[in-house]
Ligand binder design. Structure first.
Ligand code: ADP
Length: 545
């Protein structure tokens, strides 16, 4: 017997129509490429998203067609999120920080038909356009800001605001099967060729509702959230959906994500919440310390995408009275999988024990099933010691990649192997110890690169640190520490290694320290381990070790 409840499909358009009706004046504020501040609200975004759906129809976009974007966080990108998915097409957010060959590969792999593009990427588009089958490129700007670029014959160069001015807004959002595809996002390719993850209307709404729970992002109508995490990086972690669903104001930073620009925007627009990767917060922290400025309204920062170093928790909480929310996820999990919110027993922790707990990535959020398994696939205990391959399943976890057979990315019981290595303790709190490709196997035993990096980062003279596995004639692999010293500081090999004393077993100590001016980063701001591994793999063997 079925329940007797309405079976309305979950549609992405419902989020923005809800916000337009219930929170019509909630602000959507954007720092534009031109440098000014643009102000609108959810009623305005919904109205223009309907106009955009008409524009898309005129451009010949139909059901399940892919519409690519190369955009910063801003109001037009938000209109595209709702207009494209809302009319039944697929919004494909492309990461502009990837190299031209990767961008071309991704656009062709997805067979995108039209590209919406920020004027800052005009040159990039001119380069890649001849290699693609795009029908049109729409510049996300007003007519007076149209760049003078040449596209191949047959590919139209159009202006967003000109198209919008001619569009009527009588469009009515259609309803269709909630399992239909809505968004496409490629993994950043940290560990190989980018692969497409195809979200549905259903998965996107369930994820938005899940992250709005009180012990997750828990956004409220009184919040003003600034997603630093880009809209091309796993849909800005779902914030462009969660914020309108909660009625929270959205503040978009555009292209300038340095500490000074973020501080000014956060203070000017009274931002209460924000989210981003550690590299961004490191920049902000360095700016605050150097300038003596304060963040007057920010209460909480979500940190994820890479492990949050302990010193960052200590600094933001201790010096700036800002709560750090450590979260874990990946493109394949929409992205949110875990969130470190207090339990009665962990809320009471203090000092070292508390910091140690906050370094962990958190408990599975409701809707995500999680386990750790050994290489034979057997579940390992939740004792905080056993390390295993992290597996997840849930209604917003990918079952296959773009172009592959359904369910091909998970096992028969529906588990998706994340490629991360983790422990889970008695409280259900998960800690990533490594990416399976980054793990260091010394004499057959695992050494956690994340733990070693975190400790190095707590050294006052270290700006950034990475640990990679270097080949070793006796132990197969040994940890090698690569550090960027703070400017004007004298950092010595012995000085930096001394920080490990009594913190890790002696056999975990890095075998050598390499000082560099900067570390390579991926297009999503993570340290590019693959580049470092390739560069330093033979560092120890070359020295006869
Ligand atoms: P890519 O897989 O290409 O790096 P993603 O953005 O999907 O792109 O990255 C997901 C990965 O990032 C996770 O599998 C995990 O290794 C890492 N990650 C995400 N959040 C955290 C975190 N809080 N701590 C440690 N690692 C994290």
């Amino acid at each position: 017997m079925f329940g007797l409840m309405q079976d309305r499909p979950l549609m992405i358009s419902q989020i923005i129509t809800y916000a337009a009706r219930n929170h019509p004046r909630a602000a959507v504020i954007s720092k534009t490429v031109e440098g000014d501040i643009h102000r609108t609200d959810y009623a305005g975004i919904e109205r223009r998203a309907r106009g955009l759906a008409r524009v898309l129809q005129r451009l010949g976009i139909g059901d399940a067609d892919r519409v690519a974007t190369l955009g910063w966080n801003g109001f037009r990108h938000l209109e595209l999120y709702y207009g494209v998915s809302g009319m039944g097409a697929i919004c494909h957010t492309v990461n502009p920080r990837l190299g031209a060959p990767d961008i071309t590969f991704i656009i062709n792999d997805a067979a995108d038909s039209v590209l919406f593009c920020e004027t800052s990427f005009a040159g990039l588009v001119e380069t890649i356009a001849p290699e693609t089958k795009l029908r049109a490129v729409v510049m996300m700007c007003a007519p007076e800001h149209m760049p003078a670029i040449t596209l191949p014959p047959g590919m139209d160069l159009l202006c967003y605001e000109t198209l919008m001015a001619a569009a009527d807004e009588t469009y009515a959002w259609p309803e269709f099967d909630e399992r239909k595809a809505a968004l496409l996002c490629y993994t950043s390719g940290t560990t190989g060729k980018p692969k497409g993850v195809l979200y549905s209307h259903r998965s996107t709404i369930l994820h938005a509702m899940a992250i709005n729970a009180a012990d997750v992002f828990g956004l409220r109508a009184t919040d003003r959230i600034l997603p630093v995490v880009p809209m091309f990086h796993v849909n800005a972690w779902g914030i462009p959906y969660a914020a309108p669903a909660a009625g929270a104001a959205l503040i978009f930073p555009g292209r300038h994500l340095d500490g000074a620009s973020l501080t000014k925007l956060m203070n000017d627009e009274k931002v209460t919440r924000s989210a981003g990767v550690p590299t961004i917060w490191l920049g902000l922290l360095n700016h605050l310390r150097a300038s003596g400025e304060r963040l007057h309204t920010v209460k909480r920062l979500v940190i994820g995408g890479s492990a949050c170093p302990r010193m960052m928790i200590e600094a933001f909480e201790g010096e700036y009275n800002i709560q750090i929310d450590h979260a874990w996820g990946m493109t394949e999990t929409s992205p949110l999988g875990t969130f470190n919110a207090p339990l009665p027993e962990t809320d009471a922790l203090s000092g070292e024990a508390r910091l140690r707990h906050l370094e962990k990535q958190g408990r599975g959020i409701f809707g995500i099933d999680m386990k750790i398994a050994n290489d034979a696939g057997e579940s390992l205990p939740w004792d905080g010691v056993a390390q295993g391959n992290l597996m997840v399943r849930g209604a917003w976890v990918a079952n296959a990649y773009w172009g592959q057979e359904p369910d091909s990315a998970c096992d028969t019981a529906g588990w998706f192997a994340t490629g991360d290595v983790a422990t889970i303790d008695e409280t259900g709190t998960m800690e990533i110890t490594d990416r399976s490709k980054d793990v260091i196997k010394s004499g057959g035993e695992w050494i956690s690169s994340i733990t070693l990096e975190n400790i190095a980062m707590s050294h006052p003279d270290v700006l950034e640190a990475a640990i990679v596995a270097a080949s070793h004639s006796k132990w197969a692999e040994r940890p090698l520490l690569i550090v960027v010293p703070r400017p004007d500081r004298e950092l010595t090999r012995e000085g930096v290694l001394a920080i490990y004393k009594d913190k890790v077993p002696t056999w975990w100590l890095p075998d050598d320290v390499v000082m560099v001016d900067e570390l390579p980063h991926t297009a999503t701001g993570k340290i590019h381990k693959l580049t470092l591994r390739n560069r330093y793999r033979e560092h120890l063997t070359r020295a006869g070790r």
